[in-house]
Design a protein around this ligand. Structure first.
Ligand SMILES: [Zn+2]
Length: 454
């Protein structure tokens, strides 16, 4: 399978959409949500970057093309997605709809490294994006495509981070945003960002599958552009998590790249990014991808243990709602990504996820529960002897700590199912006196001394 278009292919176009299953090819601006021939998933295939005279760029030229300093000035994009436009959407031009996004940090925290047992563990924190999750990377590209195709509206079926991101980018693009959710089954807290950013929320009489069907039919018949997880342009945006972290590491790949895995969209996007970076010579070797699932939602991990002999589905249950998915959409692409990178798929329990999250939170970094699966996964692979302490490892945190305030209150203030956690940081009620403050400080110092002595 080719990584880029060959020179004579698709003359006059920078990119095409191609069906994974039957290789049917559509022009870049066709808004079809899936292959019109067979219903397969569409993927974007680009021409490799070329110089103005049509000659191929070598690795140094591509690196210069996407360098941060090449972007902020002349083209005016301070975005960590759009500086990679030649590898994401080369013809976006003035359609670009950006907040901006990306430019997320690689954090090093001794407490988290020590917890995972991996010196110098780096955290790529996608919670620093404008709506607080990695979804903004794909949504800026998806919204830009909606502008390019003249869409009347954009839509998705989701109650989580995708809706929040869609709402923010629809507002930025000046296009109506529609979110389809099952009536009576939605926690309004999760919808708060979506409502605030002004998307229209449709409470559909039916279950989630009915929402999915309806959003697909509406997109076909009403000219609404579908921005669900298999949208091929969203995948292009998500690739920039990898491009950006490789660039931050001066194009020296880590030994392991570890990420939470639910719907497998990121596993697939990371695989595509690494394949392209390697084909262009941007990196000399591939890091091993490690996809970490929650034990209660781990069909991909189970299939991995069996050499991916069959596609599995499960009834998903985990506290990590962002990866609570029993039938992942991007399965085949993720299998390819794991195989091509000599990758690993594993699972961690909810207790391990919470424990890792409390470590990340208490380091002052913070993340959504699902994000902590990556650090829990590193810790497990160190204990299994697969990751050694001296390996270079990047763990991706996908969302911001404030994405699930209800869980934080439960963990720390001791109400609900997870109340009374051993590491709860309870608020302390005091009289309005300095002596009370002094007493609390002394107690805390004694606690710290005991912990250090232990
Ligand atoms: Zn097809």
């Amino acid at each position: 399978m080719t990584v880029f278009l060959s020179p004579g292919e698709a003359p006059g176009a920078s990119s095409v959409q191609r069906c994974d299953a039957c290789a049917h090819t559509l022009p870049a601006l066709d808004p079809a949500p899936a292959c019109p021939q067979c219903g397969g998933l569409l993927a974007i295939v680009h021409h490799a970057p070329r110089h103005a005279d049509g000659s191929a760029c070598d690795a140094a030229a591509v690196r210069a093309l996407v360098a941060p300093q090449g972007v902020t000035g002349a083209r005016g994009h301070a975005s960590g997605v759009w500086r990679f436009a030649p590898l994401v959407m080369p013809d976006a031009g003035t359609a670009i709809t950006s907040h901006p996004e990306g430019n997320t940090p690689l954090l090093l925290r001794d407490a988290v490294s020590a917890y995972a047992g991996c010196d110098g563990l780096l955290l790529k924190h996608e919670g620093y994006n404008p709506t607080g999750s990695f979804k903004d990377r794909g949504m800026t590209v998806g919204a830009t495509q909606a502008v390019r195709t003249g869409a009347r509206a954009v839509a998705c079926a989701s109650t989580g981070n995708t809706s929040a991101s869609l709402a923010a980018y629809a507002a930025q693009a000046g296009i109506p945003g529609l979110v389809f959710v099952p009536a009576g089954k939605v926690a309004l807290g999760k919808m708060a960002q979506t409502l605030a950013y002004g998307a229209t929320t449709l409470l559909v009489h039916g279950d989630f599958d009915a929402c999915l069907r309806l959003v697909q039919e509406a997109s076909r018949e009403l000219g609404i552009y579908l921005l669900n997880s298999i949208n091929p342009w969203r995948v292009e945006g998500q690739k920039t998590i990898v491009f950006e972290l490789l660039q931050q590491l001066d194009w020296t790949p880590p030994d392991f790249l570890v990420l939470p895995a639910g719907n497998l969209g990121n596993t697939a996007a990371f695989g595509k990014a690494l394949r392209e970076a390697h084909a262009l010579g941007l990196i000399a070797r591939l890091p091993r991808l490690v996809s970490v699932q929650a034990a209660g939602a781990a069909p991909f991990a189970a299939a991995f243990r069996d050499g991916f002999a069959e596609r599995l589905r499960v009834q998903a249950e985990t506290v990590a709602t962002a990866i609570r998915i029993g039938d992942p959409a991007s399965w085949d692409r993720a299998v390819r990504a794991i195989r091509e990178t000599d990758g690993i798929v594993t699972s961690v329990t909810d207790d391990e996820i919470i424990d890792a999250k409390m470590t990340i939170d208490a380091a002052g970094v913070g993340c959504e529960a699902a994000s902590a699966a990556s650090v829990a996964g590193v810790r497990q692979l160190v204990q299994r002897g697969i990751i050694r302490p001296e390996h270079r490892v990047v763990a991706v945190l996908t969302g911001h700590v404030l994405k699930d305030p209800g869980m934080l209150v439960e963990l720390h203030q001791g109400s609900g199912e997870r109340g009374g956690h051993a590491r709860a940081n309870r608020p302390v009620e005091i009289d309005a006196s300095v002596s009370s403050v002094a007493r609390v400080l002394a107690e805390r110092a004694a606690l710290v001394a005991r912990a250090e002595g232990a």
